[in-house]
Write a protein that binds this ligand. Structure first.
Ligand code: PEP
Ligand code: MG
Length: 753
């Protein structure tokens, strides 16, 4: 069978039409409104390879050392060229053309179609690595469809896909794909829907919607409107309308998908009516019933008609954080710091080197000495993370919290004490690792209650910290009053190419574009709330492993070394690129972005940084500029910083504590001495708040201590203007802030009686 019509296939047809094709067939069969189309079957691809006689050359080209990037790239080129340059066998071409004509006859003249690959190997856990994400939109005309089919086939041989299959032990000769051709919906509005809550699994249907084609929502280019329906009562319990500044549409001239600014009157207008939200929920329930599990659905609306474009099971629910392990029957075999709450069980995967990351599959427990930005994709797959090293503010701790993945750090010996394939349970709240799978006491996670509970209004603003732009939407969903710290070093280290190498290769523009992209994602999600972006602050040892980082100085104590503002001022070439990124963002209208300077210890540093800012053309009168108070020196001379001109200060208590107490924040041997609420630290903070309040300078905190309700209480009493907490702590901090503010008012009232 060369092609198969979607309405004729079912879930058992995966070997023929792949997972996507079979799922669409199921949806049509469940009487859901699905755009019609057909699939070029996987055996057709096999036939193409055989009949064009390229099989030998193709598989020989793929037989390379995939750890050699040059060879891998060459394999991709040879394989793709072989496919794209081979003539489609006449009978296959005829069938595809005939099916497209038939679709046009049924659906309208010269219709536009979407052409997508559909994987048959359902056990490939990460389809994007397998190269099965390729999609060609708005294709029209028989010849263009035939070409797009070949493009989809060729996408099976992208470098990453080849690498991935080899590492996973798949034989290229046995991996074939089907291609789905479906009528394009020229969406006026589109989005995604979770038929149940994506982490708790509660019967809450969550709909995200934006104007135009759905890519803006899927890619995160805009913050979509967000609607929550309680499926038990059938009521819409939340409507969050965002500013949707851009949209994707079909270019009327070329038929290509383009991004454009959203017409002004639509930017802040709700995308969906209540009827539409409820109708989508109804379809979502149908899908969930049909598949027997909660679904993640893509949908679109054209001429007021709803279409279901795709449905997949939600895979995050089994990661649901459960709060108590009180009924634990297993034996705790390791202890560390509970760095990201939640409990998860899985198979241990010890990663000592980066080339071992592929062995971490969805749901495994990643065990390593310390995570790095290269490990983020594997961290996303992991059910939990355990490290030998680190404190509550190390890379593993920060990123795990933003990913919502339980983590225990600083166990000292996890990579030695645990062995690959062992089953363990990780309690990221208490900091224990148990042998085996523990009995869990299921509790509703805090996230569900944020949806129904009213948010208390506080005068002291409660903001959120972000380190990876992917967390922007999740952070914005907390309802935080802004971003008190956006760390850009995770973004930069994740590029895996040293910033100075971009400069040496004359590719500064590329580097600036990367910075703009990352910051923009956060600035967009929060607009118009303020986002304080911190300039680069990474120690030299973290740069050294990057491509081009060989010349980083070897420092005996990088924490006291060439980092933060010192590096920015002595490597001004790079600092200027950071500032150019800010300039671009201001030109794009992101006037909510503020600049924060890390690790300052002398007012002169602030003065010099401002001079460079003016040199690159920033208008300092229009920008919020602040410093991190992280050294006792900056705290004790805050009056002189204020004289230099400042809009805000933010306490970096992670560093302020280590420098005040002489306790290395990442050294687990002295972790017991590390106390952000030590009287000396509190005294410095109190002094700075008092001085700033006299001068009308805002004060905030963005160190980990801001996430502790007890600390929040003290800071409110001292008169701080805002507190910036980790995503998972925003709600509890907000409650404590509200309670403290009310108590202060009550005490004052009582005194005046
Ligand atoms: C701090 O020092 O408290 C801080 C927020 O900065 P970082 O943890 O990135 O050093
Ligand atoms: Mg710091």
């Amino acid at each position: 069978m060369i092609i198969a019509w979607l309405e004729e296939v079912r879930s058992g047809d995966i070997p023929l039409v792949g997972g996507k094709g079979a799922s669409l067939g199921e949806m049509i069969n469940a009487e859901l409104p699905v755009p019609r189309g057909f699939a070029v079957t996987a055996p057709t691809f096999k036939r193409f390879i055989e009949e064009t006689k390229i099989a030998d050359k193709l598989f020989k080209a793929l037989d390379v050392d995939v750890d050699n990037p040059e060879m891998l790239k060459n394999a991709e080129k040879v394989a793709k060229d072989l496919i794209l340059n081979s003539q489609m066998p006449p009978d296959i071409e005829k069938e595809i053309l005939g099916a497209y004509e038939e679709l046009c006859r049924r659906e309208g003249k010269n219709i536009f179609v979407a052409v997508r690959s559909s994987a048959t190997a359902e056990d490939l856990p990460d389809a994007s690595f397998a190269g099965q994400q390729d999609t060609f939109l708005n294709i029209s005309g028989g010849k263009a469809v035939v070409d797009a089919v070949k493009q989809c086939w060729a996408s099976l041989y992208g470098a990453r896909a080849i690498f991935y299959r080899v590492k996973q032990g798949f034989d290229h000769r046995h991996v074939y794909i089907s291609v789905v051709i479906q009528k394009m919906v020229d969406a006026e509005k589109a989005g995604v829907m979770f038929t149940s809550h994506p982490t708790s699994g509660e019967p809450l249907c969550i709909v995200e919607a934006s104007w135009g084609l759905g890519e803006t929502v899927v890619s995160g280019a805009v913050s979509p409107d967000n609607y929550v329906v309680d499926r038990q009562t059938g009521n819409i319990i939340q409507r969050k309308i965002s500013s949707k500044k851009v949209m994707h549409i079909k270019d009327p001239k070329t038929g290509r998908t383009i991004q454009q600014e959203t017409p002004k009157d639509l930017v802040d207008k709700p995308v969906l009516s209540d009827e539409e939200v409820l109708k989508l929920t109804e379809f979502g329930e149908l899908l969930e019933r049909h598949y027997g599990s909660p679904q993640d659905v893509e949908w679109a609306i054209e001429n007021e008609k709803i279409h279901m474009l795709q449905s997949r099971p939600i895979t995050t629910i089994q990661k649901m954080p459960v709060k108590e392990a009180a009924k634990a029957t297993g034996k705790a075999i390791l202890e560390g710091l509970g760095a990201s709450p939640g409990i998860a069980s899985g198979k241990v995967r010890i990663v000592m080197q980066l080339d071992e990351l592929d062995k971490v599959n969805e749901g495994d427990i990643l065990v390593t000495a310390m995570t790095t930005p290269d490990m983020v994709p594997a961290m996303k797959r992991a059910a939990a993370i355990i490290t030998d090293e680190g404190g509550l503010t190390c890379h593993a701790a920060i990123v795990s919290r933003e990913l919502g993945t339980p983590a225990v750090v600083g166990t000292k010996e996890a990579t030695k004490a645990l062995k690959d394939d062992m089953m363990v349970t990780v309690d990221g709240e208490k900091g224990y690792v148990y042998e085996g799978v523990l009995e869990r006491v299921e509790e509703k996670p805090a996230i569900a209650s944020t949806i129904t509970k009213a948010k208390p209004i506080t005068v002291t603003e409660v903001k959120v910290n972000i380190s990876i732009p992917e967390a922007a939407q999740k952070a914005a969903a907390t309802g935080a009053d802004g971003v008190g710290l956006l760390r850009i070093e995770h973004m930069i280290l994740g590029l895996n190419k040293h910033p100075m190498l971009y400069i040496r290769e004359n590719k500064s523009d590329e580097y600036v574009a990367e910075l703009v992209k990352g910051i923009q994602a956060v600035a967009d999600a929060f607009y118009p709330k303020p986002v304080w972006v911190r300039t680069l602050d990474a120690p030299t040892d973290e740069f050294r492993s990057m491509k081009g980082g060989e010349d980083e100085p070897e420092e005996p104590n990088p924490m006291l070394g060439w980092r933060g503002i010192r590096r920015d001022l002595t490597e001004a070439e790079h600092f200027k690129l950071e500032l150019q990124a800010f300039k671009k963002l201001y030109e794009m209208g992101y006037n909510n972005v503020g600049i924060m300077l890390p690790l300052v210890q002398h007012p002169e540093e602030l003065r010099r940084a401002k001079t460079i800012m003016r040199e690159v053309g920033l208008n300092l009168d229009k920008i919020e500029i602040g410093i991190m108070v992280e050294t006792p020196a900056s705290a004790l001379t805050i009056d002189q910083f204020i004289k230099e001109g400042l809009d805000f200060v933010s306490f970096g208590t992670n560093d302020l504590t280590q420098y005040t107490l002489a306790v290395d924040r990442n050294n687990e041997n002295v972790a017991y001495l590390y106390d952000e609420q030590h009287p000396a630290v509190l005294k410095l903070i109190e002094y700075v708040i008092a001085e700033c309040n006299k001068a009308g300078v805002k004060t905030s905190i963005c160190g980990q201590a801001g996430s502790y309700p007890k600390m929040a209480q003290k800071l409110v009493e001292m008169g701080i203007s805002s507190i910036s907490a980790n995503i998972d702590a925003v709600e509890s901090v907000r409650e404590m802030v509200a309670r403290t503010e009310q108590r202060i008012i009550l005490d004052t009232a009582r005194k005046s009686l």
